[in-house]
Design a protein around this ligand. Structure first.
Ligand SMILES: [Cu+2]
Length: 246
């Protein structure tokens, strides 16, 4: 249902959408009930000539029921929300399905850069492809990503995948996604990371195996790739933005 308003392009996007829908429906129901009861009470017990104000302590049983019954019902609704929320969290953030490929995502003030495996399909080898602001992946392929930050806290977000993960300096954070729809989607930084935060946009191109092979061919340079030594670690292997744009 939410797909009508925001494209869903990963296998777990609909899990997040259902969770949001569940919360919206349950919270929305109680919002309407609470507002309706409040306005009903306001009109029913409005000031009337000759009717004295009642002094209600709220201690009698028929009065406390107004609190306890909705209270129990709201707690039941909380359980209905929390149980699937934990399952969704577990399946997206705690479990990593086997990867078909691994990519590295680097956040820095103020751009995303990417290190993707070259034709050999293996990361941290001489034929890796490095880009700034644009990532290329194959549809229906499970990717692990290694997320690092060069400076401050950033947050790597692909709204169409319903993916969001903070990038912390000094740490490599792993995650996964499996795009299931060909297209070009926004990449954002969703953590205020300095003056240029708003410029920190990128895009991810989800393409077929054939299109990806053609892209690899266009962007691979066997002559220079052969000269590059494999980087020893994530941070040492990073190119500068200027290098990557060449
Ligand atoms: Cu940022």
């Amino acid at each position: 249902m939410l797909e009508r308003y925001s494209t869903a392009a990963s296998t777990y996007a609909h899990w997040i959408d259902y969770q949001f829908l569940l919360i919206a429906v349950l919270v929305g129901f109680w919002l309407i009930v609470a507002e309706a009861v409040m306005f009903w009470l306001i009109f029913k017990f409005r000031a009337t000539d000759g009717r004295p104000t009642q002094y209600i302590t709220g201690e009698e049983k028929h009065q406390t029921r107004w609190i306890t019954i909705p209270h129990v019902l709201v707690i039941l609704c909380d359980i209905v929300i929390i149980v699937p929320a934990i399952l969704v969290w577990y399946n997206i953030k705690q479990v990593m399905p086997p990867a078909d490929a691994t990519v590295r995502v680097i956040g820095q003030q103020w751009a995303w850069s990417f290190q993707m495996p070259g034709p050999d399909g293996v990361l941290d080898t001489a034929d890796d492809i490095r880009t700034v602001g644009e990532m290329h992946v194959v549809v229906n392929t499970t990717y692990h990503f290694e997320l690092v930050s060069r400076d401050v806290v950033h947050s790597f977000a692909i709204p169409a995948f319903r993916l969001k993960q903070d990038a912390l300096p000094g740490r490599t954070i792993s995650g996964w996604f499996r795009p299931n729809r060909v297209g070009t989607y926004d990449i954002q930084c969703t953590q205020m990371c300095g003056l240029g935060h708003a410029m920190m946009a990128g895009r991810i191109v989800v393409e077929t195996q054939q299109d990806h092979a053609a892209w690899l061919l266009r962007n691979s340079n066997p002559a220079t790739a052969a000269q590059q030594a494999p980087p020893a670690s994530a941070n040492e292997g990073l190119t500068t933005m200027a290098e990557a744009r060449r």
